[in-house]
Write a new protein. Sequence first.
Length: 213
Amino acid sequence: MENYMENVVVIDHPLVQHKLTFLRDRTTGTKDFRMLLRELATLMAYEVTRDLPLEDKQIETPVAKMTAKVLAGRKLGIVPILRAGLGMADGIMDLVPAAKVGHIGLYRDPETLEPKGYYQKLPTDTSERDMIVVDPMLATGGSAIEGIRIVKEAGCKTVRLMCLVAAPEGIKALHEAHPDVMIYTAAVDSHLNDHGYIVPGLGDAGDRIFGTK
């Protein structure tokens, strides 16, 4: 399994791990779940954007002229996989408000566990952007693999996946399909159960975000 972990960054910041614990707790209600998810997405976005290139900019402070750093013109995009990914998109935009947002609608067939598409809308300049595909759960990997394929097909050269919790099976499948894609997650859990749910996981993220069953 070790070779599949080469492209995985586990974000172990104490605040991330603290908030993730309360997301996992079955007694956490919808309102608090949404709030925690948004906060976690913002915290995790710091790590996902850590290697963005910088360039020099000449400015003048109230005291003196200086050479400072600004982002080197890299454009970012966020692509939540509907519907659960929506819960993380706002948190990333809190940090990167200029990012454009696309949407990919996928659902998992309960019998085959394969992803089925029903909607997609990406920025017209996707090929010019570094795209962050967002889905809280990397379980079988099917939805993430398909979402990333769609983004690449639109011309994007740099794609990253951001999720809350990942299963080893999903990491392996995603690495085999897209070995160039970095995975950023707050936790790598034990395994998938017979229904394709992550164990111990946090349940169905979409249901917990939107209060549905």
